[in-house]
Design a protein around this ligand. Structure first.
Ligand code: EPZ
Length: 426
């Protein structure tokens, strides 16, 4: 079994380069299907989710060449079947974007139903509502979603709930539909804007991304392009929290400060010193962090994907904090793992009450999902003693070279391989 081992207490110091945004990459890769030419994607993070998506495209008939660690060149013109590999698709939620991309290209799609994950059901009713407005019908057969349209025609979609995935999928289905599509109550995350910019670089006509109304005029053809993905604001927020947790002094390079505004504001509220520059931020902190309240919201609110990481910080802050997870129904499962390290947190539904303790202590814990794993790392970096983190494949899905990057900042962290414990039969 592969584990991360951390001896807590080292102050993180130095510079770390932030990689391309995972949630932009897993939307832009399916979007390549819509192109009639070769696409070169730069600043793409070398993580499991990206490699899985690239593998799915390859299995569908695209040629995928890795030019270097952060650049892929993809020729989708030989994809002829609008069907994605069932076993591969089931491994990743973002595979549902293949529905919108294949529907937009071929007016039909067959993709495995996306799996749930560790923080509740992940419905796609709003995705399907949007496809319906564009003239598509859907059915579920054998665990596969079949979506097809005689003819895709633009329409007016009002999302009942702000959904990143639904906004992405409707954009992908609409860019080649006949006429105009309007998406109201659209998600405004930086990766939505990045996808729109990518589509427009291929010749699409997408306006208003980053606001809650996105307008799309369908075009006949989308050309190949070269595009560089934005930096990952959640990876950046994670390293900012790690610097704060250890009383460190860290410069994060290759960031867009504006994308970090809600994270920066919350960390400053906790007493962290943050200086913002054009493409980097400087994070410093000494002494105990102040308590604060957090409520997760769609962008530009505080991101739900930073909720576990900030809670790990608050677990050893000075005072009592309230964390309100307003986006997902069950995103506190990692709290049981934090409690193994001495955290004093009580959870009631979407609310966690965090009583700051003097210091957490190392323990054997599990990563229950991607961002929960990041939270365990943050807790372990500041804890007294040694922490062993299992199920680290969750972390490797979304953080490029996280162990090496933290070692570069002076953390006492490494990966070990242990024998599977023998199961004692009764
Ligand atoms: C994306 O998931 C991200 N994943 C998630 O990040 C992130 O937590 C989430 O957006 C919110 O920002 C990717 O980008 C690959 P949603 P998504 O649709 O699109 C409800 C990470 O750690 N909803 O914005 O699945 C839903 O239940 C991952 O990188 C419906 O009701 O999230 C939730 O309560 C974890 N019906 C809310 O909307 C729908 O059809 C927001 O979900 C769709 C969503």
């Amino acid at each position: 079994m592969k584990k991360i081992v951390i001896n807590g207490g080292n102050k993180l110091q130095g510079k770390v380069r932030i990689s391309g945004a995972k949630n932009a990459a897993v939307a832009i890769l399916p979007a390549v299907i819509l192109s009639d030419g070769v696409c070169r994607i730069e600043n793409i993070p070398n993580i499991m989710d990206v490699n899985l998506m690239a593998n799915i495209l390859h299995q569908m008939g695209a040629s995928v060449n890795r030019i270097n660690k952060t650049t892929l060149e993809i020729d989708p013109t030989h994809i002829t079947k609008p069907v994605a590999n069932y076993e591969l698709v089931r491994k990743m939620r973002a595979s549902c974007y293949l529905l919108g991309a294949l529907l937009g290209k071929f007016s039909q799609a067959e993709v495995a139903l996306p799996g749930g994950c560790n923080f509740g059901v992940r419905p796609i009713d709003q995705h399907l509502k949007g496809f319906g407005v564009l003239g598509a019908e859907h059915s579920v057969v054998g665990g596969m979603i079949h979506v097809r349209a005689q003819h895709l025609t633009g329409g007016h979609v009002y999302l009942d709930v702000v959904s990143v995935g639904a906004t992405v999928n409707i954009m992908l289905a609409a860019v080649k539909a006949d006429g105009k599509t309007v998406i109201e109550n659209a998600a405004k995350e930086p990766h939505i804007v990045d996808l729109a910019n990518f589509l427009n670089s291929m010749g699409a006509d997408v306006r208003g991304a980053g606001t809650d109304v996105i307008k799309i005029n369908g075009v006949k053809h989308l050309n190949g392009t070269t595009y560089s993905i934005i930096p990952d604001q959640i990876e950046a927020g994670t390293y900012m929290a790690a610097a704060a947790a250890t009383g460190g002094d860290v410069v994060l390079q290759n960031v867009i400060s504006k994308h970090l505004e809600s994270i920066t504001a919350k960390l400053r509220e906790m007493g962290v010193e943050i200086e913002e520059y054009d493409d980097c931020v400087h994070v410093r902190h000494q002494g105990r962090l102040r308590r604060c309240n957090v409520k997760t919201m769609p962008h530009p609110g505080f991101p739900t994907d930073m909720q576990p990481q900030i809670t790990a910080l608050l677990a050893a802050a000075d005072g009592t904090s309230i964390v309100n997870e307003a986006v997902w129904d069950h995103r506190f499962r990692y709290i049981d793992e934090l409690k193994r390290m001495g955290a004093d947190i009580s959870v009631d539904g979407k609310i966690a009450v965090v009583q700051g303790v003097e210091r957490l202590n190392g323990a054997p814990v599990k990563a229950t999902d991607l961002r929960a794993g990041a939270a365990m790392i943050i807790a372990a970096l500041s804890a007294e003693g040694t922490t062993y983190i299992e199920d680290i494949e969750h972390i490797e899905r979304g953080y490029e070279d996280i162990v090496e990057k933290l070692q570069g900042l002076g953390a006492d962290i490494k990966v070990i391989y242990t024998e599977e414990p023998s199961v004692q039969t009764a």
